[in-house]
Design a protein around this ligand. Structure first.
Ligand code: TRP
Length: 446
């Protein structure tokens, strides 16, 4: 075990780092394609309900759990229940974030390739063959996606190895405000495009018939977990570097509001443009990589807006990857004699190796299909829609029921406040019930 544990330099730095964890590919790439596939406006409503009634209370619980730990994700459970099996709930987070990072880095690598391609102009040369062909040729290449994945992981490892204050906090302080500016600028630009109103309507005017489709509910729940970054001990770990003075309700709310606004504003950058150029919002995971370059090419100033968009995607991905890597690294530092550099190297290399099949899942390994999906898609859907919600239930039960009421309330800085009781009952009943209902319903069991 290492000596003195690191801490955030300030509450402000903690908030930016956690918003950095929450805002990522999930808000831009994943939100836009999942919302696109699931009908837009009606999906948005269910998504918001999932954020408010399920995700939010678990964010607070993870923070409460993490702050009292002053150790890794496993210690968060061990400290308050020594010797109990609850420590495995911590391991779920450690292994889960490792797994998410393994394929997340692949998509982050795609974004990096498009950024570099946009800046050098290589991307625009693909217009001739069509961006669909270009993208498919890229992701089916045996080596290239692996190389870009490696580049993103190397950058992530570099920051994490730098430590909590000088690595993670420092980079988030720079990138997060920039990111907010970028995305608002892009949305403002998209609003000026002729025909952009259809995109606003798509996102804000619900088509109620969508509510009859059961896949929409599980997609919204999974997206809420993924986008907030909840269920995989990221907030537990980040909160373990908090000082006692920081206030969980305030900081937790900032993250939830920030993440949600970010997804909506990103949607307002993407959908108006998609409609203005007569493209299909239901393009799926390829939306950001095929539809958008086409749009950038067609619009005035696209050579600049395009790289700006992909820079945004890369920056957002990086700060989330940092959070995902920090969870297992914190555990290794806490539990072995390795220092931060050593732990980062070992875990980073392992993540890379485990991610290679995902990177190849559109090329050499495209023959591997599990229930109709390629490897990367299958892992993403399974983790987001099932593993994250189930891990969320563990946190609900632990903080809501295993801790007594006053411990839980004071750990979350909610003692004596009326919202404290609302939080507690969301955590105890509403969130687990909604998760179970949606999971059972989507598997057809109801
Ligand atoms: N929230 C990030 C995104 O939207 C991804 C992420 C970071 C995440 N940490 C996580 C997802 C923990 C699930 C669990 O892109």
């Amino acid at each position: 075990m290492s000596g003195k544990r690191e801490q955030w330099a300030s509450g402000h730095g903690f908030v930016l780092a956690t918003i950095g964890a929450a805002v990522g590919l999930g808000n831009i790439w994943r939100f836009s394609y999942v919302a696109g596939e699931n009908g837009g406006g009606a999906f948005l409503i269910i998504y918001l309900l999932c954020v408010v009634f399920v995700g939010a209370s678990i964010v607070f619980a993870e923070m409460a759990l993490g702050r009292q730990a002053s150790g890794d994700a496993v210690a968060a459970f061990e400290n308050s229940s020594p010797g109990s099996r609850w420590r495995y709930a911590g391991w779920v987070g450690v292994i889960g974030s490792f797994l998410i990072l393994s394929y997340y880095s692949v998509i982050a690598g795609w974004a990096l390739k498009y950024l570099v391609g946009g800046l050098t102009g290589i991307l625009w040369l693909a217009a001739g063959e069509g961006f669909g062909g270009y993208f498919n040729r890229f992701i089916s290449n045996p080596g290239e996606p692996v190389a870009w994945q490696m580049a993103m992981l190397a950058a992530t490892m570099f920051v994490v190895a730098g430590g909590v204050q000088r690595g993670i906090e420092a980079i988030n302080r720079i990138l997060m405000p920039l990111l907010a500016l970028f995305v608002v600028g892009l949305a403002a630009y998209a609003a000026t495009l002729p025909g952009s109103g259809a995109g606003w309507r798509f996102l804000f005017v619900p088509d109620w018939s969508v509510l009859l489709q059961r896949e929409v509910y599980i997609a919204a729940l999974g997206q809420a977990f993924f986008s907030l970054g909840v269920g995989m001990a990221v907030f537990i770990t980040y909160a373990s570097y908090m000082t006692r003075e920081t206030r969980i309700p305030l900081f937790g709310s900032a993250i939830i509001v920030g993440d949600t606004l970010f997804a909506i504003v990103a949607g307002l950058a993407i959908f108006p443009a998609v409609f203005a150029f007569g493209m299909n919002p239901e393009a799926g995971p390829q939306l950001a990589f095929i539809t958008l370059p086409q749009m950038f090419l067609a619009m005035p100033g696209g050579e600049f807006v395009g790289p700006l968009f992909f820079a945004l995607l890369v920056a957002a991905a990086l700060t989330s990857m940092i959070s995902l890597l920090e969870v297992p690294v914190a555990s290794v530092v806490h539990r072995t004699r390795l220092n931060r550099w050593g732990a980062t190297t070992v875990i980073g290399v392992a993540v890379f190796a485990v991610g290679i099949p995902s990177a190849m899942s559109f090329g050499l390994l495209s023959g591997i299909q599990i229930s109709g999906r390629g490897l990367l898609d299958f892992i993403d859907q399974t983790v987001s829609n099932y593993v994250l919600p189930l891990a969320g239930i563990l946190i609900c039960v632990y903080v809501g029921w295993r801790w007594d009421r006053s411990t839980a309330l004071s750990a979350a800085d909610l003692a004596g406040k009326s919202v404290g009781l609302i939080w507690l009952w969301l955590l105890r009943l509403v969130a687990p019930a909604m998760i179970l209902l949606i999971l059972f319903d989507s598997t057809g069991a109801l």
